[in-house]
Ligand binder design. Sequence first.
Ligand code: B12
Ligand code: SF4
Length: 412
Amino acid sequence: MKEYDKILREYQPDLIGISTNYGDLQVVNELATHAKAVLKKTHVCCGGPYATHAPLDFERVSSVDSLILGEGENAFCFCARRITSREKCFYPGFAPRTGSGFAIPDSNDIISDLDAQPFPDWDLIDFDCYARFPQMSGYISSRRYMTLFTSRACPYNCINCHSIFGKKVRMRSPDNVVKEIETLKYKHNVEEFQIVDDIFNFNKNRVLEICRLIEKKNLDIRLSFPNGLRGDLLDEDTILALKRAGAYSITVAFETASERLQKLIQKNIDIERVCDAVRISARNGLLTRAFFMLGFPTETLEELMSTIRLSLKLPLHAVSYFVVIPFKGTVLYDMALADVGEKIAILKHQDYLTQDAYYTLSTGLDVRRIQRIAYLKFYLNPFRLYRLFKLMPNKWMYIRQLSANLQNILNI
Ligand code: B12
Ligand code: SF4
């Protein structure tokens, strides 16, 4: 707050943009209220996944003047013009305050030509500082790293997921992606790129072409996928091409081993194919991670256990077992609400690591305990720890990662 206050007083912005994820309301309230206390006329605009999916929650924060739902690049420019010109026209995704609420637009802005967008202004980023904040993978091979987002949207309809970018996948061209990599590498000495798309491998040919260009240009970089790969679309060709382009780690999301739940949550992943991808990836020396989710509505104890058994039988190097958290604005939330009713409000669900679990409220089963046992079973295996150690790009990170895992297990 001290730094923020200093910026407000020195820079005196006319417009403040706040990016929000689910659970940020308290922070938004503090930032927006303080901004208005210092600068009465400043305009506070919130965007990001939370504002997009639960705009009504922001009605409670009277210092927020507008919201931008969905993609922000053009809509935020419109917001800036609207403030200076005081024009009253509307723009897709732009929701101005109207008394106690917001005028929610009928549609959001969808940028169809992603190549036409300029790259982020990387000169504004302090890369060393950035590396000190949590990374999605939990490890990096170099302190000069950056995330990349090379496509927007995912065509699948998992009931736990937010669709910020709609359902029609839009992809940046291989040339455009590689140009951004080159800019970051040669201008800012970035050595590792973490690709965090929703579905980077939606189009196999695009992936192969990106890899070919990286190889041809001898970029000598490291690639990591803390998410972004759909496991049942990941074949041997793709895995080998990624490896040749510098990939050292991939993550695939199973969520559940139960075919029934795969249908219920509409993930509909081909579990056997994902298992094959894990085996191929591990065999080729990639640090192979997987995501699992525990505690979906109607999930039985046997289904929970079958998910854990699957994770233990695969040659994985690392896992995350997430306890299901129904976020507002998702079908999963509506299901959970129908199941436990207004009691859902007592759950403090802003954090994946929260103690609260909808599943426990619904069934009485202590899913946190099951999660803890799963972690212990997975990581208290010297052979697995050794395999992970061998592939960890930075051995210090290994110790940090292990102690963070241990801390997480103790906190569960
Ligand atoms: C990478 C990532 C992380 C990394 C970030 C690391 C890093 N160095 O970048 C880490 C692991 C730290 C992380 C943490 C969390 N994450 Co996360 N993460 C992502 C992921 C995979 C990619 C984010 C990204 O780069 N997107 C690309 C950019 C271009 O999109 P964007 O940020 O949404 O921004 C666009 C619009 O939203 C909008 N916009 C965004 N901000 C603003 C602000 C203004 C003013 C305006 C006008 C517009 C605007 O304009 C942008 C361009 O069009 C997304 C999935 C996804 N598809 O985005 C999940 C996602 C954002 N994460 C999510 C969640 C829930 C979390 C956590 C809350 C989980 C937790 N509790 O532990 C934390 C919150 C951390 C925090 N305090 O913000 C959810 C958010 C859902 C929701 N409704 O809030 C997502 C969408 C995943 C999902 N499908 O459910 N995450
Ligand atoms: S596959 Fe992943 S990104 Fe796509 S809808 Fe499902 S959870 Fe969301």
